[in-house]
Design a protein around this ligand. Structure first.
Ligand code: 4NP
Length: 156
């Protein structure tokens, strides 16, 4: 399974989602490929935002080696799942991917943990560290549900 986590800047939410999902896959022996990208391209080449790195580290996850990159239309060819952090991100994903957009591959991350809710992971950029802790908890729960959904054997 190849999973791409997407937010606006690829410095706050999606680097955390990438780190959390990779950690869970490693612990379960799942050989998934996980990456993240942003839709606004404003932070290309930057490390994750310091507060995202701190919160990840407090939970035993090192995201310091990640670097921000822009989402490309071709990501819909390369990945099985394109996981959006929020509804405004999803609109940008559709704009960038154009005719490569594939609705079956596109998921809103909190719909894994709160099915059908269409909720956003709140953007913590410019907010206090507690907002990053809240984002971490939401993403941890959603990544757990994502793995469950994509590894469980469906009964006919
Ligand atoms: P992220 O947060 O999408 O979770 O990485 C943001 C970071 C930067 C900006 C917006 C959101 N920005 O506009 O630069």
């Amino acid at each position: 399974m190849k999973v791409l986590m997407v937010c606006l800047g690829n410095i706050c939410r999606s680097p955390l989602a990438e780190g959390i999902l990779r950690d869970k896959c490693e612990k379960r022996g799942l050989n998934w490929q996980i990456d993240s990208a942003g839709t606004n391209g404003l932070h290309t080449g930057e490390r994750p935002y310091p507060d995202s790195q701190v919160v990840a580290k407090l939970n035993g996850i090192d995201i310091s080696k990640q670097r921000s990159r822009s989402l490309k239309a071709e990501d819909f060819d390369r990945f099985d799942l394109i996981v959006s952090m929020a509804n405004d991100v999803s609109w940008q994903i559709q704009r960038i991917s154009g005719n490569k957009f594939h609705a079956d591959k596109h998921k809103l991350i909190l719909n894994y943990s709160f099915p059908g809710s269409n909720l956003d992971v709140p953007d913590p950029w410019g907010r206090s560290i507690s907002a990053f802790h809240e984002v971490y908890q939401l993403l941890d729960q959603a990544c757990e549900a994502l793995i469950e959904e994509h590894t469980s054997v469906k009964q006919p």
